[in-house]
Design a protein around this ligand. Sequence first.
Ligand SMILES: [Zn+2]
Length: 296
Amino acid sequence: MDDNAWLERVARINQHRGGGERAPHKPLLILYALGRLQRERSSKVAFSEAEKPLGELLIDAGRDPKPQYPFYRLQSDGLWVVEMRDGEEPSESVAALRNGAVGQFTPEFEAALLESPSLIANIARLLLDREFPETLHEDILSAVGLSLNDVVVTLERVAELRRRRDPMFRKRVLYAYEETCAFCGFDGLLERVAVGLEAAHIRWWAYEGPDDVANGVCLCSLHHKLFDRGVMTVNEENRIAVSGHFRGATEASKRFVGDLNGQEVRAPQLGQPRIADEHSAWHRDQVFRAPERVAG
Ligand SMILES: [Zn+2]
């Protein structure tokens, strides 16, 4: 199999994303194993060793920490093998896996990856793109210890597998919100050009979120990041909700996050669509770290 064929296989992993439900489990295991492979020239890892870091990656991604599922189930995609300890039946039970089970990319896949550093980078890019908004890519790469900086080659197939993005999305969203953060009102300019302002997708582009103004909001860089990490969301009444899990002790944290809880989201200028509730509902359900902080 050549590099494009491996990419194709990674792109086809079975993920249960029905109804827009986020399922980052297998992509995170692959990224974690790619990080090991890049550092140690082998992806081989005991479940007992992978359990904690993989669980933390899932928590950071806002999912239940059940690393046993991807660790066992990625086998069905033909990219990963698990060897149970002698005498243990193949099983995704945590107890059985903790008792000496070892996972690794299949020998053919591992050989292809070792031969082609650019394949590692292209697979990582493909998975990040398909699963997460760009604001989170660097955090995830650093968490799995994967460096893509020295590899710039992009396979044609990666470009083909990526859904086309609308290059005008940012411009249209910034225009609609008059280049002002809809959460805090920041409207910085540098030489008349908006600075530190971004167009956030409400429903992630990676999960079929359309490049429409009704699925976008203009946010400053800080609020974009906090929104994509689920620290903040937009509630049914178009007000900002802050996660009860967020902590920040200083006056600045209070001003930029805590004090915004319950405040109305700034509306776009006249004639421009507000955030559609179907999209903010997805964000509340799939990204926001419930529960909402109680105001007061
Ligand atoms: Zn802001």
